[in-house]
Design a binder for this molecule. Structure first.
Ligand code: HEM
Length: 516
């Protein structure tokens, strides 16, 4: 028979265990106090050290969208030790990018962005202020204004013509599919290189290397560096090879840009070796180097500023533009009825005329609706990042100075509060709607909004509209091997820009203008 003391003796270790557990739980709760009592946005519970990092998948925009379904349009997460507010509604986005735009005019920086973006000497991560303002206005005036974009018409025409010839050439040799993803990347890069540098690189061995460098660059920017969020674990970045990759890409891109700039600086010649004749034939790099050399202009830019701006233009403009082309063609191939409707519009407006001009494009309302729907359904840059520069209240929640803000523009453009049947690809929704993507309608912000909004919208749209109109006018398209639209692999590949994981392959047949 057990005595009372015997029972107590046996129970004691268990009791100690329970008390210890309770103490640890209390300590952790104290250290990582739930945020509700400071009127902070709702938070999912977090782990010590990791915070909420374990709740993120590689496709962060999707994991944060599903967390927002539980915690609401403004939630506070901890990426390691970094408090981060995730914004997933049009209303909250407007509060940040319009109502309180000035407080949120700075971008977060990290050791990776500093290393890759010339220590903030570019436009996209430069601290908000006079230097950023000067750089951005140089970009807009000299490369991205409507007038400049119009002046690049012949570049777009020549490069699209080459793309069409590649597709036609492929049809005459073999009826095998063409790799549209690869073609769109080259096209976007060639158009930007010619407009910015006066030449392109795709025809040289260095062209492919340059494109791969840009792709890796964008991947590294989107990667979570462990040391950034958990400083005492920064050794993991060295052991995993992440830091070495960052250094290698930064070094190789710098060498490439240095060569390009030096080529331009040498003897006031442009990159093709010709002396620069007059301002109208100058390319963007000529203008940047002139400002760099002219110390009397009142604008002072360093050599690293030129490199930073070029990185912005290539990284910001190449992958994004080709991603939009890639996703739009993907959706057209998945929805043959929409493809036919678009072809009917384009072909009837052109009425047998082979060349498309800006007036024709203006009339193509369905084309514009298809592109808008593609930007909504596959918002190419899923996150817009900001830093709160002072304590502020948004939607009644307190946000402390220094908090990182991630606006999930991907989730906002699929939010059922703003969109009917958001998971369906329906270009018609834009036909009788004034909603646009230029940063005034916060349910559709693929180019961001406010002071830090994208300055390259007109440049990108001119290339996208012209290329798509030509492709659907001149060819009929289908998926290879009789594949059905609904079977097409739609897996996304994460990065600053979300691309298709697998390249888009499609079979083209030449459209016969005289046969109808
Ligand atoms: C479809 C194509 C493009 C998309 C989807 C896109 C998207 C974006 C987004 C989302 C931002 C951040 C905006 C924000 O935080 O509010 C941005 C910024 C920027 N983009 Fe684009 N972009 C595209 C094309 C281009 C092109 C063609 C260029 C230049 C040639 C360019 C240059 C820039 C620059 C310099 C910034 C930084 C602006 C700043 O921080 O003030 N983008 N872009």
């Amino acid at each position: 028979m057990f005595s009372f003391h015997q029972e107590i003796d046996e129970f004691l270790p268990f009791l100690y265990f329970i008390i210890t557990l309770f103490f640890v739980w209390f300590l952790l709760n104290f250290l990582y106090m739930p945020t509700g009592n400071k009127n902070l946005p709702p938070s999912p519970s977090k782990l010590p050290v990791l915070g909420n990092l374990h709740q993120l998948s590689a496709l962060t925009h999707r994991s944060l969208q599903s967390l927002a379904k539980t915690y609401g349009p403004m939630m506070l997460l901890h990426f390691g030790n970094k408090p981060t507010v995730i914004v997933s509604s049009a209303y909250a986005a407007k509060e940040i990018m319009k109502t309180r735009d000035l407080i949120f005019a700075n971008k977060p920086d990290s050791s990776v962005t500093r290393r890759l973006m010339y220590d903030g000497k570019d436009v996209s991560v430069a601290p908000y202020g006079e230097y950023w303002r000067q750089l951005k206005s140089i970009c807009v005036l000299q490369l991205l204004s409507n007038k400049r974009v119009q002046s690049f018409r012949s570049i777009r025409e020549e490069e699209t013509d080459l793309l069409i010839k590649k597709v036609s050439g492929n049809i005459s040799v073999t009826s095998s599919p063409v790799n549209l993803s690869e073609m769109f990347s080259s096209l976007a890069n060639d158009v930007i290189c010619r407009a910015a540098l006066g030449r392109k690189f795709s025809e040289e061995g260095s062209g492919k290397k340059f494109l791969n460098l840009l792709r890796e660059f964008s991947e590294l920017l989107a990667n979570l560096s462990v040391g950034e969020f958990i400083p005492w674990l920064s050794w993991i970045d060295r052991v995993s090879g992440f830091k070495t990759r960052v250094d290698k890409v930064a070094k190789e891109l710098d060498e490439f840009l240095e060569e390009v700039i030096q080529g331009c600086l040498d003897a006031g010649q442009d990159l093709s070796g010709k002396a620069v004749q007059n301002a109208s034939t100058e390319n963007f790099l000529d203008i940047l180097t002139t400002i760099y050399k002219d110390k009397t202009s009142g604008v002072s830019i360093h050599r690293d500023s030129i490199k930073g701006i070029l990185v912005d233009v290539f990284v910001g403009g190449t992958d994004t533009t080709s991603a939009v082309l890639e996703w739009t063609m993907t959706e057209l191939l998945r929805h043959p009825k929409i493809m036919t409707e678009l072809q009917n519009e384009v072909r009837s407006i052109l009425n047998g005329k082979p060349n498309i001009n800006d007036n024709d494009l203006e009339k193509m309302h369905f084309l514009k609706a298809v592109i808008k729907e593609s930007l909504r359904y596959h918002s190419p840059v899923p996150f817009l990042a900001r830093i709160a520069s002072q304590d502020v209240q948004i939607m009644g929640y307190n946000i402390a100075a220094g908090t990182m803000i991630l606006i999930n523009s991907w989730a906002i453009s699929r939010d059922p509060e703003s969109w009917e049947e958001p998971e369906k690809f329906q270009p018609e929704r834009f036909l009788n709607s004034s909603i646009d993507f230029r940063g005034t309608d916060f349910q559709l912000i693929p180019f961001g909004a406010g002071r830090r909004g994208c300055p390259g919208i007109s440049f990108a749209m001119a290339t996208i509209e012209f290329t798509l109109a030509n492709l659907v006018q001149k060819f009929d398209w289908k998926l290879p091997n009789g594949e059905k639209g609904e079977d097409l692999d739609m897996t996304e590949y994460p990065g600053v820009t979300v691309r298709r994981k697998k390249p888009l392959l499609a079979v083209a047949t030449e459209y016969c203008f005289n046969c109808r």
